[in-house]
Design a protein around this ligand. Structure first.
Ligand SMILES: NC(=O)c1ccc[n+]([C@@H]2O[C@H](COP(=O)([O-])OP(=O)(O)OC[C@H]3O[C@@H](n4cnc5c(N)ncnc54)[C@H](OP(=O)(O)O)[C@@H]3O)[C@@H](O)[C@H]2O)c1
Length: 361
């Protein structure tokens, strides 16, 4: 049975002004898929037909994915660009032996719910959301639409416009879970964020500070150092300098309680000598080389987890910590290849994002 409902009657006031015109009136098909009437058959996506350098990422016209019963279709405004996307693009980290080209990369982004499966209860058409799904079977986030499991989606915090939300979904989950769940940062603890000027590090500095810790960060160069200080770090050290460990020892003479490692290098291993007995080291999988085990220090690798509870916690932390999301460069979807070229040059402050449609919202 089909019935038509105007979103105007069902959603909060902000959604009326925020929802794109095309989403305001929806057709609802009972127990199947709930969708806006104007979802096109095809969409623009930055995709690859083979693994390779950034130039393999080109604009494609592809079918808009159909959400299954437990999935939502998101009309994306922005997608994050991460170093792991580059590894998926060049084939180094593709999770299956038999890739089905064309592949749309992109693990996270933000936008509006455009359609939903019949079993999805947590979202309404027009809801403002962010999402994270690694190697999503129905395609990634470098696209006008993405269909993902509803459990990989959360309501985006009001504090962040959709560009910043799109740039902070997986990095926010990674930073918060590292600080809260693995390192259990508490007031009075002394924490080092190794790689503090990067996409995860810039957020981790703020969460650790918000939890009441004394926070040190590593950063190279004047701009990166100023940024990490501006985000609240109590001290910033250049991990590439010869006297880095001595400088940190003088800043934290009683040692470190915890380290979040966001880059693998011999420098990280040197800093771990400063961790007190019983202290913690956490690093997200992907950081290589992994820190070497050492007696009396607990070292744990982890992966960012997405779920309703995880997104609710992140949204609260974003609001409470008045989180700032540094986005150093924004590219249109058609320039995804240029975004990857920039990514591979390194030394990105915060994150790179793709703007897919719309303004700030
Ligand atoms: N498993 C998961 O769920 C998950 C989720 C998110 C991220 N990750 C992983 O977490 C890591 C960090 O991600 P990200 O997005 O924050 O990366 P990013 O933006 O590239 O940041 C890396 C940071 O490490 C610094 N760095 C790199 N090499 C260094 C070296 N040799 N010495 C000192 N500092 C160095 C960089 O500083 P410069 O700019 O000065 O080089 C930058 O501040 C990546 O390995 C990523 O794959 C895993």
């Amino acid at each position: 049975m089909m019935r038509s409902i105007c979103v105007r009657k069902r959603t909060a006031r902000w959604a009326l002004t925020a929802a794109p015109r095309s989403m305001r009136c929806v057709m609802i098909k009972k127990k199947t898929t709930f969708r806006t009437p104007r979802i096109p058959e095809t969409m623009q996506a930055a995709a690859i037909d083979r693994f390779g350098p950034p130039s393999v990422l080109t604009l494609h016209t592809l079918p808009v994915p159909e959400p299954g019963p437990h999935e939502v279709l998101i009309a994306l405004h922005a997608a994050g660009v991460g170093i792991w996307d580059a590894r998926m693009r060049d084939g180094a980290w593709w999770p299956t032996e038999d890739p089905a080209f064309p592949i749309v990369p992109g693990t996270d982004g933000a936008g509006f719910i455009a359609a939903k499966g019949g079993r999805v209860r947590r979202f309404e058409i027009g809801d403002r959301v962010w999402a994270y799904a690694y190697a999503n079977p129905k395609g990634g986030f470098y696209a006008e639409y993405v269909a993902v499991d509803a459990d990989a989606v959360g309501h985006a915090p009001e504090r962040l416009d959709l560009l910043k939300a799109g740039a902070a979904a997986v990095t926010g989950l990674t930073a918060l879970q590292g600080i809260d769940d693995v390192l259990r940062v508490r007031p009075g603890k002394t924490v080092l964020i190794f790689g503090a000027s990067g996409a995860v590090g810039t957020l981790a500095v703020q969460f650790a500070k918000y939890r009441g810790a004394t926070v040190f960060g590593t950063a190279t160069g004047r701009d990166a150092t100023l940024l990490v200080r501006h985000l609240g770090a109590d001290g910033v050290i250049d991990a590439r300098s010869d006297d880095a460990v001595e400088r940190l020892r003088s800043l934290a003479p009683e040692g470190l309680d915890a380290v979040l490692g966001l880059a693998g290098s011999r420098a990280l291993d040197r800093f771990l000598d400063l961790v007190r007995a019983g202290g913690w080291v956490a690093y997200p999988n992907g950081v290589e080389p992994e820190p070497r085990p050492r007696p009396s220090v607990r070292i744990r690798a982890y992966d960012a987890a997405a779920g309703p509870r995880e997104f609710a916690r992140l949204a609260s932390a974003v609001e409470e910590a008045t989180l700032r999301v540094p986005v150093s460069e924004v590219y249109p979807l058609a320039q995804a290849a240029q975004a990857h070229e920039r990514l591979e040059k390194g030394h990105v402050l915060g994150r790179i994002a793709l703007r897919i449609r719309g303004g700030r919202r």
